[in-house]
Design a protein around this ligand. Sequence first.
Ligand code: SER
Length: 346
Amino acid sequence: MNKNTILVTGANGEIGHGLIEHLAKSDGVQIVAIDMNPMDKSIKAKCHKAIVGDILDFGLLETLSTAHDFDTIYHLAALLSTRAERQPTLAHRVNVDGTLNLLELAITQSRLQGREIKFIYPSSIAVYGLPDVVTKHKSGKVKENQWCEPRTMYGINKLYNEQLGRYYTHYYRQLDVEPARGRVDFRGVRFPGLISALTVPTGGTSDFAPEMLHQAAQHLPYDCFVREDTRIPFMAMPDAIKALLHLQAAPRERLSRLVYNVGAFNPSAGEVYARIRNDFPDAKVGFLPDQKRQVIVDSWPEDVDDSTARTEWGYNPEYDFERAFSEYLIPAIRNRYDTPSKQNNR
Ligand code: SER
């Protein structure tokens, strides 16, 4: 049987872990994974090939393109927002030049295979930039075309990459005498903060919620770097993976956009702490805002309007705030850190 070959970049990251777990369950799929860091064993075993390498390495991408016929590319590799603020030129290289390289790989693949290549891209709420907290509260659920004035390097990179995706999908080499051969079908979701029970993010600014939870599960204190009343949207990792897979599978003719908001719940940092305390009563969280990171989170929307994703490709998160904790995060995190449940303590 001919297998569908899927390329996943940033495969060893948080989304990569969850995505590969899922993709590996489908018959007829082989995964080629690439990451800067050696892949965790559990993930590596599920890949046809697991390559340690840099998406800025043209030679490596060319070799990959020669060796495989990719059906879909999940381009997950990126430097997140806090890390990108600390190393803006590196972030630009990885986030923008890296994405351009992958889009070029997609076009080359499409030409070689004579068919469209799907390019699935996680964008972010960081593309939004609200000027102050009052405007943030007033704006409530932000639509895709509102407030696209990011204040971080990461947000700017993501917004620009969405535009690159539009260019490669609709206007690539528009001045050529012959219509360009090769087509990319770019599809993106603007993720809120993601919370996984299995992994902890690195270098993001929405990290306060997952960090708070993972510290509590290990009975460690945590200094939260934003105010208690800070509110942004979040999503449980299984819903994030589902969103990528569903968008990938949606018939193109149903899609009016290239990039969609997706959201699930939007607790304040204080509400996250209160919910964690239900299951980990000894959790100790101090709220010690880092003013500079606070300003970044304050510029992100309080919530997102994801009605277009719901209507057009059936986006429908399984986990609201309560279910995310009671049915996914708490049981899985207890398992991960081997912390007995309250019942077992009695
Ligand atoms: N989680 C990302 C970050 O904090 C935002 O999408 O950078």
